[in-house]
Design a protein around this ligand. Sequence first.
Ligand code: GAR
Length: 220
Amino acid sequence: MARKVRIGALASGGGTNLQAIIDACQNGSLDAEIALVFTNNPEAGALKRARKAGIACSVLDHREFQSREDFDRAVVQTLQDAGVELVILAGFMRLISEVFLDAFPGRIMNIHPALLPAFPGLHVQRKALEYGARFAGCTVHFVDKGVDTGPIIIQAVVPVLDDDTEESLSARILVQEHRVYPRAIQLFAEGRLQIEGRRVRISPPLTPAEASLANPPLDA
Ligand code: GAR
């Protein structure tokens, strides 16, 4: 059996992405183990999910630190103490400073509920809807200095429907988030991801060259 990558998962909210990764580790579809779940929010649902799965947890309230860098230094120390190799941001609602980036170069992933580079930042499902986009989706990317700007690993696309609300669109995207995040981590675990500038090369390549989607469908 392949060696399991040690993950540190950072979450601030409900933790459904974390749950998808926990499930994938447990059912053997992901060659990874979650060494630590970290949160800045003692009320995070993610914390309950981690405890239920018997995963070590750490909570630090960022408001108790003088600066973003001080907070990040403490988080980095906690992750390093747990032997974490890959950091995954799973609904972690804090910006990452250079202190953090330098400690895990090319080894921090984030999931974002939009098709980057469209709609970085917050409330992005609502923004896609308001803009009138016909497609929305999610992106797993490596984290760099910018906000949601790092090299893209995998994206999944969903249609935006005429009667969508922010809630219905978010729910459709979330289903895909739960599929793509474990996939991105597995590609990392298999040593198949290489960052070349802005692009992430996957070896051997997985390229469905003929795949296309149209919304509304072309043959309706
Ligand atoms: C997810 O939709 C994730 O993509 C988003 O927060 C939600 C967390 O849900 N992350 C961001 O917007 C990061 N900028 P979860 O706690 O149920 O996984």
